[in-house]
Design a protein around this ligand. Structure first.
Ligand SMILES: [Zn+2]
Length: 114
């Protein structure tokens, strides 16, 4: 199941990336789209995609109620793909520092035999 979840996450990420790359600019505010701050809004009627819209996160947050209102008026369900959630940074692994050398070693040292 873990593999299927990872696969679904990868497919969803790539689908959002595809839509963002086609939009380039946010249709509402004309800023350059970034997949980490993009939201795809899919309108579905009984599991069939009716309309798909893509917005930057700021525009989506501003118009979230409007999307829901339009969907409820037309009897559609809204499916959100939020890049902020998909690309949420996982906590980085702790870095292990190498113990510092007593003195810096540059290249090889050749010691003359006595
Ligand atoms: Zn926008």
């Amino acid at each position: 199941m873990e593999i299927l979840n990872e696969l679904e996450k990868t497919v969803t990420r790539n689908a959002l990336r595809f839509h963002v790359s086609h939009a380039i600019f946010c249709p509402a505010c004309q800023t350059v789209m970034d997949v980490r701050r993009a939201v795809e809004v899919d309108f579905r009627k009984s599991d069939q995609l009716v309309h798909s819209a893509i917005r930057c996160a700021a525009c989506y947050d501003r118009n979230q109620e409007y999307f829901n209102k339009v969907a409820s008026e037309r009897g559609l369900t809204v499916e959100i793909t939020d890049g902020r959630v998909l690309y949420k940074a996982e906590p980085a692994a702790p870095r292990v520092r190498k113990p510092a050398a007593a003195e810096p070693v540059i290249g090889r040292r050749y010691v003359r035999a006595r």
